[in-house]
Design a protein around this ligand. Structure first.
Ligand code: NDP
Ligand code: MG
Length: 386
């Protein structure tokens, strides 16, 4: 029996790589549905190639032309469309590869329908990790991490309960060796030139500020039910060691390989089996030579400390940090603010913020919107003063 898959965000970096993985395993997977945002040209190509039963797009206006061209495919749109794809009776596994908060509601609805979740969208756990993980436990649903560090940790733990520490590696991004002065003048091109990974723009900026690592700390806390004190960050510029787990007996198990998202994506889809699929270059210990490990520079990358702080404080603090950062990153991508303003703005919104304890899903979404509005106002001020 082929596993029936729906992909939210098939036109993105993770989405397209997931389709590459599935292309190599036609007898294992059947694509039932996928969704896109604005990239309708690529979506059309994918629709021709995979003939899914359902497709969802961001804007209603795109549905008319698509429905004309593909009369046999049911075309949906908007947030409701994503939820409909996520809850289709015929789907076994939902791959959540959209970026941002739009991943949250469809993931929750899919868990309620007992779909297994291959989760790339880290915002879902940063915003509502407690709710999502509890719901997954209650519905006996597996949340299979796609994020490479979390896939690595998941593979290392492999069901063992005797974990002492998680060691999450970080490449250090394009500014690992930059001076403060260079950071002050960092432009978009330099920020988007990640040395190891080719990803969507938002996560690439977060990888430069190390906010991505911060979000991953919160993601790991929820996924693996582990205290923040037991999550360590190590800078590893070669990105061969994808992360590691220290067990209570002192043994450390690491997961190693050439940087490639194909492997974590495939493992999330084929779990608990390992199968021969898309070919990736083998990691060669001899050719790799020296592997380096450093302590992160928390002064140069204050987003990382902020994420630990937000995570430890809990409540809606992580939601605030995530929303403020996301709005600031969008503003940076539109050349409205400078690189260092991303943290300044996020921090300023965070410092003025009053958190809610044990928020409901509705409160989370309201707080998220509130923070985004405040952040946009602050961004305007920064723009005016430039
Ligand atoms: P991309 O920006 O490349 O892709 C995002 C996808 O979401 C696209 O298909 C996009 O559609 C769609 N999308 C965005 N906004 C909307 C919207 N409002 N409505 C409907 N669809 C929308 O991101 P990535 O693939 O890089 O990242 C996806 C997620 O995975 C993120 O949460 C990221 O943090 C996480 N992740 C990514 C990794 C990577 O290597 N890229 C690694 C680990 C985690 P379109 O392009 O058509 O507009
Ligand atoms: Mg990652």
């Amino acid at each position: 029996m082929r596993k029936k898959i729906a992909i939210l965000g098939s036109t993105g970096s993770i989405g397209t790589q997931s389709l590459e993985v599935i292309d190599k395993l036609p007898d294992k997977f059947e694509i039932i549905a996928f969704s896109a945002g604005n990239n309708i040209q690529l979506l059309k190509k994918q629709m021709k190639k995979y003939s899914p039963k359902y497709v969802s797009v961001k804007n209603e206006t795109d549905t008319i032309e698509l429905q004309k061209e593909f009369p046999k495919i049911k075309i949906l749109y908007g947030d409701e469309g994503l939820i409909e794809l996520a809850t289709l009776d015929e789907v076994d596994t939902l791959l959540v590869a959209v970026s941002g908060k739009i991943g949250l509601n469809p993931t929750i609805e899919a868990i309620k329908k007992k779909k297994n979740i291959a989760l790339a969208n880290k915002e879902t756990l940063v915003m509502a990790g407690d709710i999502v993980m509890k719901l997954a436990r209650e519905n006996n649903v597996k949340i299979l991490p796609v994020d490479s560090e979390h896939s690595a940790i998941f593979q290392c733990i492999n069901g063992n309960k005797s974990v002492k520490n998680l060691i999450i590696t970080a490449s250090g991004g394009p500014f690992r060796t930059s001076t403060q002065n260079e950071l002050a003048n960092a432009n978009l091109d330099k920020t988007l030139a990640h040395p190891r990974w080719n990803m969507g723009k938002k996560i690439t900026v977060d990888s430069a500020t190390l906010m991505n690592k911060g979000l991953e700390v919160i993601e790991a806390h929820h996924l693996f039910n582990i205290d923040y004190e037991n999550i360590k960050i190590v800078i590893h510029p070669q990105s061969y060691v994808h992360s590691a787990v220290e067990f209570i007996d002192g043994s450390i198990i690491a997961q190693i390989g050439i940087p490639s998202m194909h492997i974590p994506i495939q493992y999330a889809l084929t779990y608990p089996n390992r199968i021969e699929g898309i070919e990736t270059e083998s990691f060669d210990f001899i050719k790799a030579g020296k592997l380096e490990f450093y302590e992160p520079d928390y002064e140069k990358f204050p987003s990382l400390s902020l994420a630990f702080k937000a995570g430890k404080l809990g409540g809606t603090y992580p939601i605030c940090m995530n929303a403020a950062n996301e709005e600031a990153v969008f503003a940076f991508l539109e050349n409205k603010i400078k690189y260092l303003d991303i943290y300044k703005i996020t921090r300023s919104v965070f410092d003025d913020y009053k958190s809610i304890s044990n928020p409901t899903l509705n409160q989370i979404l309201i707080e998220d919107e509130k923070v985004r509005e405040l952040t946009k106002k602050l961004i305007k001020k920064y723009e005016e003063n430039q």
